[in-house]
Ligand binder design. Structure first.
Ligand SMILES: *Cc1c(COP(=O)(O)O)cnc(C)c1O
Length: 394
């Protein structure tokens, strides 16, 4: 369903998400129903052949699904949104829908690793060539465009290493060359960054992260401009993608509080990141919202806020010492995903997966997700971690 039918268009984000999906609520309730449906009957033969019914089959959508689709499209400033069973599925399906054999894809070297793996295996088998580019390339992307380049894929900030891309500059070059752009906008959550307004064709989110916000549902969204909508939606239906109504409902419930959660995630993350920046053991904090860090100017120019996800690298990254630090943290789980209410940490080593650029630093880095705990408690936990790190003997 499209933006036109959404009654919240024109309001500020806070108002939009607060009232998200209300147009599907009935009997005076403020939430839409959770419709469990495969079969949806129609009155008669002419309705069946005419295809005039608003709802025809569970896979093609129910009021529950429409409520979330329209809400995300409205938030991202798009014409329409398609839902997927995971963020990765939204990415891979978008690539399958928009690319064909013989096409060339330009992919940021800082991309989420499973996206890279999809390009290297499935797209390769389909005869679609991927070239990785330096995330900081800006207008230099022009030199990499070939006659068969169909799409430039962006992710900003980059997964784990957090490079801020000059998205408007890349989009400008792409538009002039007739090349599509798609972006993984999970960090900006469709609230703090609006790539479609910058001229991007597709904005994708792992809704699993901040839209859901409670670490209990997997979901993906792809929001599109009017230009691409018809073709994309048609092929989306051909792929048979569907998300169950309970998960969609939970995502809509999460969306209502996106603004207040993100605001607190940012406040907490800034406090913890600032403290980490002052630690002797830390060589660099990768959090574009923090003054003095890489990409801060672009973040200030393009974003209206930051989420709770950032990374650090150490001056002396000794594996055992880093293990001593993170293995015994009380409030930080070691685990994938982010965007929930709780703090997380994972180790990573960018030297193992870059291809277009050389990560110039050696050793393990850490990615933190700062949750909704009191930042003071998180800092005390990390301080004890640094003490274990410093006490570590090889
Ligand atoms: C988690 C994540 C994804 C994948 O989302 P899933 O719902 O886990 O499939 C894609 N992109 C980014 C940047 C992510 O962090």
């Amino acid at each position: 369903m499209t933006k036109k039918e959404n009654k919240t268009a024109g309001y500020a984000d806070q108002t939009k998400i607060s009232h998200a999906g209300r147009q599907y609520a009935v009997h005076g309730m403020v939430n839409p129903g959770v419709y469990h449906a495969s079969t949806i009957t129609v009155p008669g033969l002419e309705d069946w052949f005419g295809g005039t019914a608003k709802y025809r089959y569970g896979r093609y959508g129910t009021p529950t699904l429409r409520a979330l689709e329209e809400s995300v499209a409205d938030l991202e400033g798009g014409h329409g949104c398609c839902l997927f069973p995971s963020g990765l599925s939204a990415i891979t399906s978008s690539l399958l829908i928009l690319l064909k054999t013989g096409d060339h894809l330009l992919m940021t070297d800082s991309v989420y690793q499973p996206t890279r793996n999809f390009c290297g295996e499935i797209l390769k088998d389909l005869g679609i060539e991927t070239t990785y580019y330096d995330p900081l390339i800006g207008t230099g992307i022009k030199e990499l465009i070939k006659p068969n380049t169909r799409m430039i894929f962006l992710e900003s900030p980059g997964s784990q290493t957090m490079e801020m891309q000059d998205v408007p500059a890349i989009i400008k070059v792409a538009r002039a060359a007739g090349v599509l752009t798609a972006i993984d906008n999970t960090w900006g959550a469709g609230h703090y960054y609006k790539p479609l307004q910058a001229g991007c064709d597709v904005s994708i989110q792992a809704g699993t992260k901040y839209i859901v916000g409670h670490s209990d549902v997997m979901l993906g969204t792809a929001t599109l401009t009017e230009e691409l909508w018809k073709e994309y939606r048609h092929k989306y239906k051909l792929l048979g993608q569907h998300v169950g109504p309970d998960d969609v409902y939970l995502a809509l419930r999460g969306l209502h509080t996106l603004d207040v959660r993100l605001e607190r995630h940012m406040k907490n993350a800034l406090e913890v990141a600032t403290w980490l920046q002052g630690r002797n053991e830390v060589a660099e904090v990768f959090y574009p919202a923090l003054p003095g860090t890489a990409g801060h100017e672009i973040w200030q120019r393009d974003y209206s806020g930051a989420c709770g996800l950032f990374s650090i690298r150490f001056k002396n990254p000794v594996r055992g010492a880093i293990a001593a630090m993170i293995d015994n943290l009380s409030l930080f789980g070691i685990g994938a995903s982010w965007g929930g209410f709780e703090s997380l940490v994972i180790p990573f080593d960018p030297t193992t997966y870059r291809t277009a650029t050389d990560w110039p630093h050696k050793g393990i880095c850490l990615r933190f997700h700062i949750g909704l705990e009191a930042p003071r408690d998180l800092i005390v936990d990390l301080q004890a971690g640094f003490e274990r790190m410093n006490a570590f003997k090889n």
